[in-house]
Design a protein around this ligand. Structure first.
Ligand SMILES: [Mg+2]
Length: 432
């Protein structure tokens, strides 16, 4: 997993934007160089040294202390390259169980403020402080308290962005790093984001950035000058275009949705024989989606992220994930996404019937789970509106697809009760 931010920053925005906190109820909290900070916390003698997490010469850098970053080392860089750039660095193996235990304790600490925590990774979360303000009065007081206590108790620093929405809060924390706090008052959101490069908008990956660059658009300010239909022309997706158009104005209507990301519900199967037949793999993905959805409903959970997993005949594997704009618990929503991810992963056209490589195993998993009763389902959109752009590798793009029509969801709930009576294999929903 890659937790080190490589998002472009801009020194110019790291300044005082004013002190009006009205409406700034979203905090984005991000630990600084988390894995490296955890190692330094238990080996204080490493403080001030370039510490790089990742050892094997065929692996990549998972995290690097700020001292190491000064040598041009960043996440996802091959460890071999890092060693060339910084031979005197301290290279340590990844110790996930240890980082997770620290993370768990940090989140317990944050939970003393509010339960409205949307954990996005082991070291990062959005917090909606609306309710907590009754007691705390000001968002900056909460941010300051969290920063101080995380540092005091775990010897780890974190940066906090404070804004009215997730987009600006995240960009604020990114630009406050390391060990900083940045409040962007509501009336300055648009001005703030216009100072940033286009790449800084989450969801604008290298491929999108390149498409915009060919149109001469490299900054958010340039994006803000485009109409929504012009953006759609470049991005190739109406939904993505709408989100970008909003983003260029500093707007983002995504809610903070409390959840813990470690949990996932999945289903996968190995084929009797390796196959390149799209229909065979697709059928399996449908079956897996169906099982996953039934489990989600049984446990009263909704999932925001769908991941398709493939194991090839040489045992190597690949995953691709997409985060939906609304959480789901139906195969009618999960399966089309899983199938699209398969096509994207294989770089196939929708009409292709053969996979480029034989596949041994396929599966679907869902994550970003939250209890169904506390999560409002957003109004349904048509399947046709589904976003096709997806991230690379195991990255997760966000804000792309929609909930399924409510009817299909109801139909699947009925299936659950039939299955309860007649057994699991009794019925399947004919979604394609
Ligand atoms: Mg971090």
């Amino acid at each position: 997993m890659n937790i080190m931010s490589t998002s472009p920053r801009s020194q110019a925005v790291k300044r005082d934007w004013g002190h009006d906190e009205t409406g700034c109820t979203v905090l984005h909290i991000d630990m600084d160089a988390f894995y490296a900070s955890c190692e330094i916390a238990r080996h204080p003698e490493l403080k001030g040294l370039p510490v790089i997490i990742g050892t094997g010469n065929r692996s990549v850098v998972s995290a690097a202390s700020y001292e190491a970053r000064a040598y041009g080392i960043n996440s996802a860089m091959a460890v071999a390259t890092a060693r060339r750039k910084c031979p005197q660095g301290v290279y340590l193996p990844v110790d996930m169980p240890y980082y997770r235990s620290i993370s768990h304790q940090i989140f317990e600490l944050i939970a003393q403020v509010t339960d409205q925590i949307e954990q996005v990774s082991v070291d990062e979360a959005y917090v909606d402080v609306t309710a907590a303000l009754l007691r705390w009065e000001r968002p900056t007081r909460i941010a300051q308290w969290i920063r101080e206590h995380v540092h005091e108790r775990f010897n780890v620093t974190c940066s906090v962005g404070i804004a009215s929405n997730k987009l600006i809060a995240k960009l604020a924390s990114t630009n406050a790093k390391p060990d900083g706090m940045l409040l962007v008052p509501l009336n300055r959101h648009a001005e703030f984001i216009r100072m940033l490069p286009l790449r800084s908008i989450p969801g604008v990956g290298p491929a999108s950035a390149e498409r915009f660059r060919r149109w001469g658009v490299e900054s958010v300010a340039q994006l803000a000058a485009m109409s929504e239909s012009e953006i759609a022309q470049v991005s190739g997706s109406k939904i993505h275009a709408h989100n970008l158009w909003l983003a260029a104005r500093g707007e983002d209507d995504r809610k903070v949705t409390p959840h813990t990301p470690e949990k996932s519900i999945g289903s996968e199967r190995t084929f009797a024989q390796d196959t390149t037949d799209v229909q065979t793999v697709s059928n399996l993905l449908r079956r897996c989606s169906d099982e996953v959805a039934a489990t989600l409903r049984k446990r009263g959970l909704l999932a925001r992220t769908v991941t398709t997993k493939i194991r090839y005949d040489d045992l190597s594997h690949a995953t691709k994930a997409l985060t939906l704009t609304a959480p789901v618990d139906s195969a009618a929503a999960i399966f089309p996404t899983a199938r699209k991810l398969l096509f994207a992963m294989m770089r196939m056209e929708p009409t292709d019937t053969q996979l480029p490589r034989p596949v041994r195993l396929a599966g679907v998993s869902t994550s970003g789970l939250s209890p169904a009763q506390s999560t409002a389902l957003q109004p349904a959109l048509d399947f046709d509106d589904m976003e096709t752009a997806v991230g690379t590798g195991a990255d997760v793009d966000s804000g792309a697809t929609s909930a399924p029509p409510e009817k299909l969801r109801t139909a699947e709930k009925m299936l659950d009760s039939i299955r309860g009576k007649y057994g699991k294999g009794a019925v399947h929903l004919g979604i394609d």
